[in-house]
Write a protein that binds this ligand. Structure first.
Ligand code: PXP
Length: 263
């Protein structure tokens, strides 16, 4: 089969131009609403279509071990219908790795996962779980996926991620998002800034995500060297009032407006 050409300038699902900020939209919360009634609506695949039309560059879903929101059928359907980058967040549990190997999303983002957490808390401990993580990375790479490590902006974690074969790191911005004072916010931003440099020096692509909103995105969007911004809760929350397409469009506009000069 001949690969479809998505390079036309007016094609809404074209890949982002190199050097422009890309937005990955996490649609888990659409499935959360569905699961509140254990029914068929709203469907995360429908949300993915709307996000694409709003200018998303990637769709992200997290197939959790407890299947609290996204389920196996959602994952299969998203793989079929998403025409932009599909990014699967996942733990390194062998059962989940096996599903990802079969599904072959374009990108797998390895995250820590705890049963009781409301959302992903902090980053993956690549240093402490080197063997387990390396095993998962090897299997997923063999399946043709690119690999991203969701980690805190700590040099040792970044270097370990490069050493076990990740292509990309997604730096955890939760520390910045949760900062209670201006000083702490500045410190957390500086940690991200330094983390980006360490990651680039290690030959990694650098993404960022967690806790980013319309209100706190500007200083993060202005950091040089970031490629993808992974955002879920804030976009889906705004979408309740303006629709997914418009909510995605507004966030994309902020990323472009605050991107470092020269991008
Ligand atoms: N990136 C990763 C790896 C995540 O686990 C999450 C939350 O699912 C996000 C980004 C998005 O975070 P938020 O919903 O706070 O925007």
């Amino acid at each position: 089969m001949i690969a479809e050409d998505r390079s036309e300038p007016d094609n809404p699902v074209r890949p982002p131009k190199p050097g422009t900020p890309a937005l990955g939209v996490n649609i888990d919360h659409v499935a959360t609403v569905r699961q509140a009634r254990q029914t068929f609506e709203p469907d995360p695949a429908w949300a993915a279509m709307e996000a694409q039309l709003g200018g998303a560059d990637a769709i992200t879903f997290h197939l959790r071990e407890d299947r609290r929101h996204i389920n196996d059928r959602d994952a299969r359907l998203l793989k079929e219908v998403v025409a932009i980058k599909l990014n699967m967040e996942m733990s390194v549990e062998p059962d989940i790795v096996k599903i990802a190997v079969g599904l072959k999303p374009e990108q797998c983002t390895l995250v820590p996962e705890k049963r009781q957490e409301v959302t992903t808390e902090g980053g993956l401990d690549v240093v402490g779980q080197r063997e387990r993580v390396a095993r998962a990375v090897k299997q997923l790479k063999k399946a043709g996926c690119t690999l991203s490590a969701f980690i805190e902006p700590i040099p040792a974690q970044i270097k370990a991620s490069a050493a076990v074969g990740f292509d990309t790191v997604e730096l955890w911005s939760g520390g910045y998002a949760n900062a209670k004072t201006e000083d702490e916010k500045r410190e957390r931003l500086q940690a991200l800034r330094e983390g980006i440099i360490v990651a680039q020096d290690a030959g990694l692509n650098v993404n960022v995500g967690h806790g980013l909103t319309y209100y706190n995105i500007a200083p993060v969007a202005a950091l040089p060297g970031l490629q993808e911004f992974h955002i879920g809760h804030s976009i889906i929350a705004r979408a309740m009032f303006v629709g997914i397409r418009e909510a995605v469009r507004q966030m994309k506009e902020l990323l472009i407006r605050y991107a470092p000069k020269g991008v």
